[in-house]
Design a protein around this ligand. Structure first.
Ligand code: ADP
Length: 535
């Protein structure tokens, strides 16, 4: 059987090849994809954050531009006439909403004059506040002036102490473009500024995707927002340059960057896993297929060797006995009879084997003709047992028979049914182990006629119970190797049962024995209903 080591090794080799060609690359690929997923996640987060940053920047820039424009207008406004001209003051304030007052100071930050918005009753800037806040910031304002000299308008915000009601005031100082180094300041009310200048811009910038809001630093509740803010929302925030202590924040509508990135990550991970699964399943299928094929090839070559043996043994016996008889040396009549019956028995064995093989190949080719007619399962079984009586007796087997009281009528091909029964009885003898028990029962159940053949022999392990009906399959372990066989018997039975719309079942416990059951549909005539139970 050395030739069998080849096919036996094939699944292992294939397993190794599959691991090298599929599993390993898959592991590497998945690890790589996983790593690039995390990298992609990082890049995406960064990209989003940059985009959000750009939006926050543009908001800050807008507030800055507005104030810068107001500052320029202060220059123009002072150029165009005396500061006491009320009409022009009114016009100016009309163009600059949210501006509470304009503060003018000389280059030494002394001569202070405050032009208030007409009708403004809020707390204006007092000289005391000015002295406490602006005068000590001399160096900051010098820097502002230096920028102005190179034509860059720098705005320097100062937070004034809170007024009643929590509406803060901010003084935005700048150096005047004209006026030989004089300073001016825009006094704005935070709330007004946010509402009139920043809020419209928030709504304009926030598309369907984002929610924008202005916050006091450290507070989770926005002072104003471009949409409804779900509780507990996380905003990406940046300082508002012109309103110290305030921040502008942005978040994605209905979700956060983290959630978006996480969802994408999970989706991609799932896809990779799915791909892995499909590839692995494919590899597994290839592996199993090849293993099945190899097993089949092995069974087939075992079949050839078994059948050759099965043919040779009876032939050798027949030849030996026939030669002895032919020489005429045997005088003892009893011995002669014994030789004849051995020759007969061995011929039977031979023809049984040849028939099995021929029937099988005809069945495989779908060419076996069946002649269905009404027959009684009891009678068919009885006939087979009759034919087999001698054979059974030789093995000290006395079948324990329990036939149904009434005939079990089925529509079947008599020869085929007999062949199925013979195969089962034959197996019951071959695999009987040390027991001599053979139970044979027939009964009707649920519209079926059942024949049961039970032995108390070696039994069949659960993992082989399905496979024994496969062509050439023989249980590869244990006592079965001592018993020669073709591995065709049960597949023949299975074929026959299929042709009769019936089934063959097995219940078996290793070491305890097996019960094979042939289940035929009962013939559909009125008297089938009377088919009785066990006698
Ligand atoms: P064969 O008997 O020629 O090997 P079969 O197709 O009849 O082929 O049976 C297939 C295999 O099933 C047998 O080789 C044997 O391993 C197992 N088998 C069949 N019948 C029995 C039984 N009654 N008890 C134990 N094993 C059995």
């Amino acid at each position: 059987m050395t030739s069998l080591t080849g096919p036996a090794n094939t699944p292992r080799k294939l397993g190794i090849v599959l691991i090298l060609l599929v599993v390993l690359p898959l592991v590497f690929y998945s690890a790589y994809e996983f790593a690039s997923l995390s990298e992609g996640e990082r890049l995406m987060r960064e990209m989003y954050q940059r985009q959000l940053d750009a939006i926050l920047f543009s908001l800050n820039q807008h507030a800055w531009d507005v104030c810068s424009q107001w500052a320029t207008q202060v220059d123009l406004f002072i150029l165009s006439g005396p500061a006491s001209d009320r009409k022009r003051i009114d016009e100016y304030f009309e163009r600059t909403p949210a501006l509470q007052a304009v503060v003018l100071a000389d280059s030494n930050l002394r001569e202070l004059s405050v032009l208030r918005r007409p009708g403004d009753t809020g707390q204006a800037l007092t000289t005391a506040e000015w002295n406490a806040l602006v005068t000590p910031a001399r160096s900051r304002l010098d820097a502002v002036r230096r920028f102005q000299r190179v034509d860059y308008r720098k705005l320097e915000p100062f937070v004034l102490p809170d007024t009643v009601g929590g509406d803060g005031r901010i003084l935005i100082m700048f150096a005047r473009a004209i006026g030989g180094g004089d300073f001016a300041g825009l006094l704005i009310r935070e709330r007004q500024f946010i509402q009139r200048v920043i809020s419209p811009k928030l709504t304009e910038v926030a598309s369907e995707e984002f929610i924008l809001g202005v916050f006091r630093r450290g507070s989770a509740e926005p002072l104003t927002a471009s949409g409804t803010v779900p509780p507990g929302s996380v905003f990406q925030r940046r300082d508002l340059w012109l309103l110290p202590g305030h921040e502008v924040g942005i978040r994605l509508q209905g979700t956060t960057v983290d959630e978006v990135v996480k969802a994408r990550f999970q989706r991609n991970l799932l896809l990779i896993l799915l791909l892995d699964l499909i590839l692995l399943a494919g590899a597994l299928m290839v592996y199993r297929n090849v293993r099945a094929q190899t097993e089949f090839a092995r069974s087939k070559s075992a079949f050839v060797s078994n059948v050759s043996h099965e043919l040779r043994t009876p032939l050798a016996l027949i030849r030996m006995y026939a030669e002895t008889l032919e020489m005429g040396r045997l005088k003892n009549e009893v011995k002669k009879q014994e030789y004849y019956s051995t020759i007969l028995r061995e011929t039977d064995r031979l023809s049984h084997l040849v028939n099995t093989i021929l029937n099988f190949s005809r069945m495989e080719a779908g060419k076996r003709p069946y002649q269905f007619r009404s027959l009684d399962l009891n009678a068919s079984t009885q006939a087979v047992l009759e034919t087999y009586r001698l054979h059974l007796e030789q093995h000290q087997i006395h079948p324990v028979i329990a036939f149904a009281r009434e005939p079990v009528r089925i529509s079947a091909d008599g020869d085929a049914v007999a062949e199925a029964i013979i195969n089962l009885v034959d197996n019951g003898i071959k695999y009987r182990g040390s027991s001599t028990y053979l139970g044979v029962r027939t009964f009707a159940r649920d519209g079926n006629g059942v024949l049961e053949i039970e032995d108390h022999g070696i039994g069949i392990a659960p993992e082989h119970q399905k496979k024994i009906f496969d062509v050439f399959y023989r249980v590869p372990t244990g006592a079965v190797h001592e018993t020669k066989g073709s591995g065709l018997g049960l597949s023949l039975v299975s074929h026959i049962m299929n042709a009769h719309n019936g089934t063959v079942e097995v219940t078996s416990v290793p070491g305890k024995g097996s019960t094979f059951r042939l289940v035929f549909p009962l013939e559909k005539t009125p008297n089938t209903a009377t088919a009785g139970e066990n006698a």
